[in-house]
Design a binder for this molecule. Structure first.
Ligand code: FAD
Length: 429
């Protein structure tokens, strides 16, 4: 590993449960549909329980509601929130429109555990990435989730970029990332002979993760604490109840529709969150934008043993190389502002990839990149505007007790998921 060869700090490797691509066959039936009776008959029809006895069981003021805490969205952040709330003793149910957990943004990202280097100091992104990274490494180790502290090089390809590395290191230190180290050209030549650059910063705490293994472990933690995920259930509309709590109108794939009431509501619906929240007067959700990120896969073996990122350029992190847990290389994501979800990757975008990659890997062979997958960043600011922070709207923002809405959960949302879950739990405590 590069860490060993650099004699810098190195971390653990655990690829025991690695399976990067999530196939429905990997999901036990119980996980796919843990509450079929609930879906068929509506609230109060939980298996083996009549609605009245269910309500009598519930302690405290939420006994007037069907469930204490509802989470909308079984992406990585919704699942992390649900687990955290269930661990805190709440009765939690997650509603998910698809027939699988984590099949939107959480299934279409780079699976990088970010160190927390570039984000504005003091922002949620900076704080939660740095905290969440440590929580995530611990969680992976304790729960057998595949991951690897593979590290990353931020490479400078000119004297001007060499100077920029100093600024990046200073920003990292301000954010609490204290482990970056400068590597000079000679050392890099020895370590990564295919890399053409003037120098680099080494980030040993950057890693890669099996994101679906992580989500399955979060779901397991939720269910072990009495919570459940209900699939194939789309939330259509939200309503505030005059006496407190929320009514959530849902539709199932069988076209049943009904409403569930809850005392607390977490809207972790990714791209769907602004639209759902717009039904609540005063919620003031942001405008939603879509920025597609396209990936190209390298045919053949990766020439690099670590992640390679160019010095960031205005508007993005540049065309970087990431590795999956099998060390297959892919490049991207780029940034393409779009109006709809179009899952094809346009091969014509490859031209820009070749040019950008050859700035640090001049020997990239012709015709070696093939279009791979894409993901959609749930943006809350439009093209050309300064990047937005994570937006976590709790009662202090919208004035409604027991309601937290999450917006703009783009990168580093995967890395930050456990820290975001702590924050959400604190907001409705
Ligand atoms: C291209 C790209 C690369 C990225 N790379 C990284 C990375 O390397 N590292 C990192 O830390 N982060 C990365 N991220 C960010 C990370 O993927 C996200 O922050 C994270 O996945 C967001 O999780 P989520 O649960 O908020 O959203 P989602 O995964 O989108 O989950 C929201 C869920 O809500 C459900 N939903 C929506 N509306 C409804 C409704 N009405 N009823 C019921 N269910 C509903 C959806 O079906 C979905 O399952 C990347 C993001 C992108 C786009």
């Amino acid at each position: 590993m590069l860490q060993d060869r650099l004699s810098l700090k190195s971390g653990g490797v655990d690829t025991a449960s690695s399976h990067l691509h999530f196939h429905s066959s990997a999901v036990p039936d119980l996980i796919r549909d843990p509450l079929p009776h609930f879906r068929k008959k509506g609230p109060g029809s939980r298996p083996g329980r009549r609605r009245d006895s269910f309500q009598q069981d519930l302690p405290g003021s939420f006994s007037m509601h069907d469930i204490e805490t509802l989470v909308i969205g079984a992406g990585v952040i919704g699942l992390a929130c649900a687990r955290s709330l269930a661990l805190g003793g709440r009765e939690v149910m997650v509603l998910e429109q698809h027939d699988l957990i984590g099949s939107e943004t959480s299934a279409r990202n780079s699976e990088v555990i970010h160190a927390g280097i570039y984000y504005p100091t003091g922002s949620f992104k900076a704080q939660m990435c740095v905290k969440g990274k440590e929580q995530l490494y611990r969680f992976c180790a304790e729960n057998g989730v595949g991951h690897e502290r593979i590290g990353k090089l931020i490479v400078a390809c000119s004297d001007r970029q060499l100077v920029e590395l100093d600024g990046i290191r200073e920003k990292a230190i301000e954010n609490g990332v204290l482990d970056l180290e400068f590597v000079d050209r000679d050392k890099l030549q020895e370590l990564e002979p295919e890399l053409a650059c003037s120098g680099a910063l080494w980030s040993p705490s950057t890693g890669i993760i099996d994101s679906h293994g992580f989500m399955l472990a979060l779901q397991g933690g939720l269910e072990a604490n009495g919570g459940q995920v209900v699939l194939n259930t789309s939330v259509e509309r939200l309503e505030s109840l005059p006496a407190g709590g929320y009514k959530v109108h849902v539709a199932t794939v069988e076209a049943d529709s009904y409403a569930i009431t809850c005392k607390e509501l977490i809207v972790s619906a990714g791209h769907g969150a602004p639209g759902l929240m717009s039904a609540l007067p005063g919620a003031n959700p942001p405008t939603a934008y879509l920025a597609k990120g396209n990936y190209f896969k390298l045919q053949g073996k990766s020439p690099f043993s670590t992640l390679i990122y160019p010095v960031p350029e205005p508007g993005g992190l540049g065309v970087h190389l990431t590795l999956d847990l099998q060390h297959q290389a892919r490049f991207g994501p780029d940034v393409e502002w779009v109006d709809s979800f179009e899952y094809e990757v346009d091969p014509a975008r490859g031209g820009k990839f070749y040019a950008a990659i050859r700035s640090y890997w001049p020997d990239l062979p012709d015709n070696s990149l093939i279009p791979d997958y894409c993901g959609f960043r749930p943006k809350i600011v439009g093209p050309g505007e300064p990047a937005a922070d994570f937006r976590i709207d709790g009662p202090e923002v919208h004035g409604r007790e027991g309601l937290v809405a999450l917006y703009g959960m783009e990168s580093p949302g995967l890395t930050s998921a456990l820290a975001i879950a702590d924050e959400v739990s604190a907001r409705i405590a």
